[in-house]
Design a protein around this ligand. Sequence first.
Ligand code: ZN
Length: 115
Amino acid sequence: MLIIEQYFLYRSSTHVIHITNDNEPQCPACGNPLRFIGTYRRKLRDSEYRDDTFIVRKLRCDACKSIHAELPSLFIPYKQYSRKGMEDAVYNPNTSFSGEESTIRRWRAFLSGHY
Ligand SMILES: [Zn+2]
């Protein structure tokens, strides 16, 4: 997995969101350049249960044979919600989050690094 801090997002006419990266992506394992091999769709949910679909790039390192998904830093690996969605649910009292109170407690612990 490759988390990128600098990226641009644009929504296509089919409403999916594309991620562009001006920088040449480099293998997080060995530092060699990564090669584009395909895409997959990943859903991301905000604190109000709105889903967006992102087109995530799959990249391959020819040097060490590893494959990496290129994820913008707004994603939290392996989580369905965006970082912003989690932060809104935990810290913003005006957010109408409809999940369980136990979810909020877990997210608060996660966001403060005690998870
Ligand atoms: Zn590599």
